[in-house]
Design a protein around this ligand. Sequence first.
Ligand code: 5GP
Length: 195
Amino acid sequence: MNTRGILVPVVAPTGSGKDTLITYAKSLYPEIVLSISCTTRAPREGEVDGVDYYFLTREAFEARIAEGGLLEWAEYGGNYYGTPKAEIEQALSEGKLIMGDIEVQGVRLISELLPKEEFSTIYIDAGSWEVLSARALSRAPMSEQELLKRKSRYEDEASYKAEATYVVHNPDGHLEVAKEEMKQVVEELLARIAR
Ligand code: 5GP
């Protein structure tokens, strides 16, 4: 048998529980490979180079682009983000299920590059902009400018819902619903590889 793997970017607006659900999927099925992206943004507290991201300088990132080392890359919030090509190719050739946290421009680029059988997407639907922004504002104050920037990003990511292979619902206060839906999607994807 020579089954190739599947790359599954998870798309969601900020505050939708994307990281939690990816971590949950990995905890259920440790054989899932988490794609580690390159970025030029500074590490946040607790983030580890080579685990959360490969943290690169702008020069090093631009060199990776020039040598064709990235499957896709995008500029987001003033920083570069990109998916290392060799690691994805390796995992696909080993028949792995690879999950990645990739924003929507990058996901659309990858969808043009990979064969249909090797690419699927999950959109996390945690509700409308009104719901998500109200929740964010109840946690921390935000300037009008920051709110507008977030709204525009919300609309970019939410526009992917209609294109996604799977939609996982994460209704406010009911993470158990999202976990169950995520589990079912991952099981379907793993079954596709095993077939
Ligand atoms: P953060 O800086 O909060 O970790 O991520 C910011 C945004 O970059 C998120 O929307 C995340 O999905 C996106 N991102 C992370 N890695 C990649 C990548 O490899 N390629 C692209 N295009 N976006 C990424």
